[in-house]
Design a protein around this ligand. Structure first.
Ligand code: FES
Length: 285
């Protein structure tokens, strides 16, 4: 994984045909923690549907999820397995609450996958020298990446034990909680400070609260380590048309959501400001 010398993948080409949602049935609903569920969606009827192209999926890409008569929002694919794809939903507003109330047999619309996911995965830092650092529901973005890099160190931070994700799915992960109710008391960036000092890490992938990612990027740049971070901005179209997801002139939905540390260093809003759904600039949390 290099940042300056490797051609990065171009934005995905999206035609009007590939921007139509495909209605699919929820096969299973799985509780992940106190406030999050995963909807595992059957792909049985998705074959030959131009709106859903998952054969070329790379971890970090997202789908637009449509609930008819309600809204459409972006979600990372947290699972992609034989015949099923999963989105993991943290309940925090009306749309996510509706998704969390859905049951097996109900149908939702999906289109995608869109955007630039993580690239050159495992090329620069194979195996144990890569670190995947996640916080909160950023773990949903990172989970397929962790499956592709099973020897990487996975570090997860959460407010408390009941907010942790995928502890059974990835049993070897290093856990931090803000209140000390599970794992180490503190922040996952503390692990990175130690790993950098020990020379134990050669590449870092991250997704989570933006202040955490900004610190990860800062630490990596200080140590000369390549880093990729998946950022979140408010999206409407998901295909580069509306401009809603702008971050310092970059359309996060097509040029991201994954950016290198070098790119993020040239984006002054990263770690500081984002736009709400009205387009107003607000501080990142
Ligand atoms: S969400 Fe419309 S341009 Fe990105």
């Amino acid at each position: 994984m290099t940042e300056n010398h490797v051609a990065q993948p171009p934005p995905a080409a999206v035609s009007p045909q590939t921007a139509l949602p495909v209605m699919l049935e929820i096969a299973e609903v799985r509780r992940e923690n106190a406030t999050a569920k995963t909807l595992l969606i059957s792909l049985e009827s998705a074959e030959d549907q131009p709106g859903l192209i998952l054969e070329t999926f790379t971890p970090g890409q997202f789908v637009m999820v449509w609930v008819p008569r309600m809204d459409e929002k972006p979600y990372a694919l947290s699972y992609l397995e034989e015949g099923r794809a999963g989105i993991t939903v943290h309940r925090r507003g009306p749309f996510s609450k509706r998704l969390c109330e859905m049951r097996a047999g109900e149908r939702i619309g999906l289109r995608g996958a869109y955007g630039r996911g993580f690239w050159d995965v495992g090329e620069r830092a194979p195996g144990a020298s890569a670190a995947i650092i996640g916080g909160g529901c950023g773990m949903a973005v990172l989970a397929p990446l962790a499956e592709r890099l099973p020897e990487a160190t996975l570090v997860q931070g959460a407010r408390s034990a009941d907010g942790l994700f995928f502890t059974d799915r990835f049993p070897g992960q290093v856990i931090f909680t803000d209140d000390g109710s599970a794992g180490r008391h503190g922040l996952p960036t503390e692990w990175l400070v130690e790993a950098v000092a020990d020379g134990a890490v050669e590449a870092v992938y991250t997704c989570g609260p933006e202040p955490m990612m900004a610190r990860v990027v800062e630490l990596c740049r200080g140590a000369g380590l390549p880093c990729q971070a998946s950022i979140e901005r408010y999206m409407k179209c998901g295909i580069g048309v509306c401009g809603q997801c702008d971050c310092d002139g970059r359309r996060v939905c097509v040029e991201g959501p994954v950016f290198s540390g070098e790119e993020l260093a040239r984006m002054p809003s990263f770690g500081r400001r984002r736009r709400d759904k009205t387009g107003r600039q607000i501080p990142v949390e």
